[in-house]
Write a protein that binds this ligand. Structure first.
Ligand code: SAM
Length: 284
């Protein structure tokens, strides 16, 4: 008789409010042979809250490849394992990918136990067009890399979403304002499911003022949602050779915003096509 193999359960846990966990997730965490967790101390608080006393092993970024081999061996020996991260859905800007990949490669079964995910919670309450959307994870940490990152996405006409930390949210908005139009709609979904949950939708320039002037808007955890660029009629999207020459010259010396403003002022042209052209030239 062949021995039965175990299954890997990828279990979503709360993103703040401890009540945001499914019955199935609690049952799974109780019934598996062991729990592989990003931070063993962190998950123990959750387990304690739900009266779960189960064996927990560490699975963090630095031991993932080794842990993946061990987890596959354990599954083969018939043990079932739950994979959890510190908050929300594992693998979403969290550890777990090498493990899930290795389990697939070993032809073993992966079962998702669904639940909280900050980006999905944010999108569900944002009131912006969602289909399709792009999830960018965490954006770059340095200002110049962030500006490049934002300018590469400035002309995308669909919604994009990213995670940001409280230490960088203000600088991040400043960099966004340097390359995106002031009127672009931004949603900040902050402290979701927690006491100070805040969901605000504002044009970029107003969002920057709000976050700059309200210290509470620089605290906690953030999902940032950026509405896509307005689609422009191609016939309107043409700039003259003169505008192009001036714009290109100014782009070698100034920010996109400044170069566009000056080109509009010098040539009397329409801002939208000049801005659109600036993004294209800047990304070449
Ligand atoms: N796996 C998680 C998920 O499913 O959303 C994300 C983990 S990632 C390491 C943590 C980041 O997610 C935070 O820095 C923040 O940007 C976002 N995040 C997590 N919980 C949040 C919450 N309650 N409100 C807003 N953003 C949150």
């Amino acid at each position: 008789m062949t021995k039965e193999t175990g299954k890997l359960y990828v279990v979503a846990t709360p993103i703040g409010n401890l009540a945001d966990i499914t019955f199935r997730a609690v049952e799974t965490l109780k019934s598996v042979n062991l729990i592989a967790a990003e931070d063993t101390r962190h998950v123990k608080m959750l387990l304690q809250h739900y009266g779960i006393s189960n064996k927990v092993i560490a699975l963090h970024q630095h031991n993932e490849d080794k842990a993946a081999v061990e987890i596959v061996e354990k599954l083969r020996s018939g043990l079932s394992i739950a994979l959890v991260s510190d908050a929300g859905t594992p693998l979403i800007s969290d550890p777990g990918m090498p493990v899930v990949k290795a389990v697939h490669e070993a032809n073993l079964t992966v079962v998702p136990i669904v639940g909280a995910c900050a980006l999905i919670a944010g999108l569900s309450a944002a009131g912006v067009a969602i289909t399709p959307f792009t999830f960018e994870g965490f954006v770059p940490r340095t200002s110049s890399a962030r500006k490049t990152f934002f300018s590469e996405r400035a002309a995308i006409s669909t919604t994009w979403v990213f995670y940001e930390s409280c230490h960088r949210i203000l600088d991040c908005l400043h960099d966004m304002a340097a390359v995106l139009p002031a009127e672009r709609s931004i949603v900040i979904a902050r402290e979701l499911t927690k006491l100070h949950e805040t969901i605000v939708k504002l044009p970029l320039a107003e969002m920057l003022v709000l976050v700059e002037t309200d210290a509470n808007m620089q605290r906690g955890e953030f999902v940032v949602i950026v509405e896509g660029a307005e689609k422009i009629d191609v016939s309107e999207n043409v700039i003259t050779a003169d505008q192009e020459r001036i714009l290109k010259l100014l782009l070698t010396e100034c920010s996109v915003k400044k170069a566009v403003d000056l080109t509009v002022e010098i040539t009397g042209g329409k801002k939208k096509p000049i801005y659109q052209a600036a993004l294209t030239f800047n990304n070449r």
